[in-house]
Design a protein around this ligand. Structure first.
Ligand code: GLC
Length: 590
């Protein structure tokens, strides 16, 4: 373990040269790295030769946008990348507002001597979910239920197009975790518990995202979270607020290889441009400190040549000393550090580590080369500013129709007694109840506008109730009560539909030792049952719920997962316009 050497000479921090308006000779032009007719290799070789150590180290910093006190720091430290963490939206949270925010950040990077463009990343993990008005697709657990790589490829293409339209070309997706414990709050972000399905759909998603190519700009996937995220042990979380997320996995190396390595092997085969290292640990060691897992396996065995970056504050959790943690992560093979906050310390520590010989110049050059390669391949050097031409595609009808198709294919019929479904469109009365029947926030789940999601109907979309009403013929009465209170009803309805489920959550805040239905939802179902000839229960959840003791009284049970903005897709199948084709992406004990 490195002993922090207090007695070695402290280096005076070196800053990046920032050009001011008066200095006409500061920005040199027509240099080889600025010549788009040269190969990427030639341009990088020229640029690397011109860069100072400070400029290289600055490129290795990935900073959360709300941590930039003074935007001039972007230039002063030559920061390489900025991200919008969950909920980190612009003042005006519209597609145009995102474009303006990213363009503004980019303008500061152009003030530096070499004008190396900024890389901006975000979690578009079920469409560009942080932007009201974007198409919100089913979360990955629902896409896992479709088990349809062609569909997943299309979803990824549209996700890339809507995200790129807002000026973001680096997407922290797909999630390639293989979930083993459904109590984990991130279950819904995964394609499920079958490594083969995760591998197949992950590859399709990467190819879909990275097929984007418009006006010289492309999109990079950020496959995550390398590796063994999903096998952690309940109660092992290193985060005091969580139970299993960010925890430790004790599986053997053979199990790690058998369960978790294949999705990343397929990702590398799909030419994924970047891979994010997880916040979890394996056999007691933080993944971001593991030279064996990162350099020997991911680089050496799988042959990954793209960018490896860390997740959130994970690197600094390697050990108490931030200096030692950074040295260990970068020497293990992490090229870009998601800080996400204190970039001045980062730059100081790294300049000191190179001066001390704890990190070699070669390692800094290697990491910088990969970062520059990504930026050249994305087209950022030749197109740093964004044009607003594509904003109209965000949330377009065509894209929403695709999301509606994905919802249809994600539905899993768990039980169907007395031919309760499909429901005829010509019956006389339908009663609807439950907390998720008319709540876009619940049907979208976490990572929607806010990190933890939102409650209510504060974004464009179709609730499941709206979809039901649109589907039936005009003479059918559809009545809704959140609590299922239909005491005023005299005769029994032909069918009662309860749409119930989990409140939105994200990451460890969703760790739950007994995921089930709320007392309110159970009461709504019972009330509904009193007034209906048949009961159909639709579950809106990020994972299987412990409802076995209740389902015996229900005629039909449907898993709808977290369908997103296009709730119409549920009615399409419920009334028989389309068949149930979804299959369980993770075991559900009913
Ligand atoms: C989070 C998540 C990761 C996400 C990142 C940026 O902590 O672990 O999946 O991409 O931060 O939002």
């Amino acid at each position: 373990m490195l002993a922090y050497n207090f007695f070695r000479p402290l280096v005076n921090i070196e800053y990046v040269k920032v050009c001011d308006q008066k200095d006409k000779n500061c920005h040199v032009t027509n240099l080889p790295y600025q010549n788009s007719t040269l190969s990427t290799e030639e341009r990088i070789a020229d640029l690397l030769n011109r860069m100072t150590l400070a400029e290289k180290i600055g490129q290795m910093a990935l900073v959360e946008k709300n941590s930039l006190g003074n935007l001039d720091d972007l230039a002063k430290y030559g920061l390489g990348a900025v991200l919008s963490g969950g909920g980190a939206k612009p003042e005006v949270n519209t597609p145009a507002g995102w474009q303006e925010m990213v363009n503004n950040f980019q303008s500061y990077s152009q003030k530096t001597r070499l004008s190396i463009p900024l890389l901006y990343g975000a979690d578009a993990n079920h469409g560009h979910g942080q932007v009201p008005g974007a198409t919100i697709f089913p979360h990955f657990i629902g896409l896992g239920a479709t088990n349809d790589p062609g569909l997943v490829h299309e979803v990824a293409k549209v996700t890339a197009a809507e995200t790129a339209a807002t000026g973001i070309y680096w997407i922290f997706s797909p999630n390639l975790d293989v979930v083993k414990d459904l109590r984990w709050g991130r279950t819904y972000e995964t394609f499920g518990s079958d490594p083969q399905v995760v591998s197949k759909l992950g590859q399709a998603f990467i190819e879909g995202l990275q097929s984007y190519n418009k006006r010289g700009l492309t999109v990079a996937a950020g496959a995550k979270h390398y590796i063994s995220n999903g096998s952690m042990v309940w109660g092992s979380s290193t985060n005091n607020d969580f139970f299993i997320d960010q925890g430790n996995s004790n599986i053997s190396e053979a199990e790690l290889r058998q369960i978790h390595l294949e999705p990343f092997r397929q990702a590398v085969n799909a030419n994924v441009k970047s891979i994010m290292v997880g916040l979890n640990s394996w056999q007691g060691e933080k993944i971001s400190a593991s030279k064996y897992l990162i350099s020997d396996i991911l680089r050496g065995e799988l042959g990954f040549t793209g960018l490896i970056f860390s997740d959130w504050y994970g690197v600094y959790e390697i050990e108490r000393s931030k200096y030692n943690s950074l040295v260990r992560a970068i020497n293990a093979g992490v090229d870009m550090i998601m800080l996400p906050y204190d970039y001045e310390d980062f730059v100081t520590y790294l300049q000191r580590a190179v001066a001390n010989g704890d990190i070699s110049q070669e390692r800094i050059n290697e990491a910088t080369r990969r970062i520059l390669t990504l930026k050249f391949e994305l087209g950022l050097f030749d197109h740093p500013a964004i044009d607003s031409a594509d904003l109209k595609i965000v949330g377009s009808k065509e894209n929403r129709d695709l999301a509606r198709r994905a919802v249809r294919k994600s539905l899993v019929l768990l039980k169907n007694n007395n031919a309760a479904v499909p429901i005829s469109k010509n019956i006389s009365k339908i009663l609807v109840a439950g907390s998720a029947a008319h709540n876009l926030g619940k049907q979208a789940g976490g990572w929607t506008v806010e990190w933890q999601g939102i409650d209510g109907n504060w974004l464009p979309g179709t609730t499941i109730l709206d979809g039901l009403k649109k589907s039936v013929s005009a003479n059918v009465k559809v009545e809704y009560s959140l609590s299922g209170d239909f005491s005023a009803q005299n005769n029994l309805a032909d069918v009662g539909i309860a749409v119930v489920g989990e409140n939105p959550y994200a990451e460890g805040w969703g760790d739950n030792n007994n995921p089930s239905l709320s007392a309110e939802d159970l009461s709504a179902i019972n009330n509904l049952k009193q007034k209906s000839k048949k009961i159909v229960v639709i579950i809106i959840s990020g994972r299987p719920l412990n409802i076995k003791e209740y389902t015996k009284d229900w005629d039909a049970v449907i898993a709808a997962w977290l369908p997103g903005s296009e709730g119409q897709g549920v009615a399409d199948v419920l009334f028989g316009d389309y068949p149930f084709t979804g299959t369980l992406p993770i075991d559900w004990d009913l």
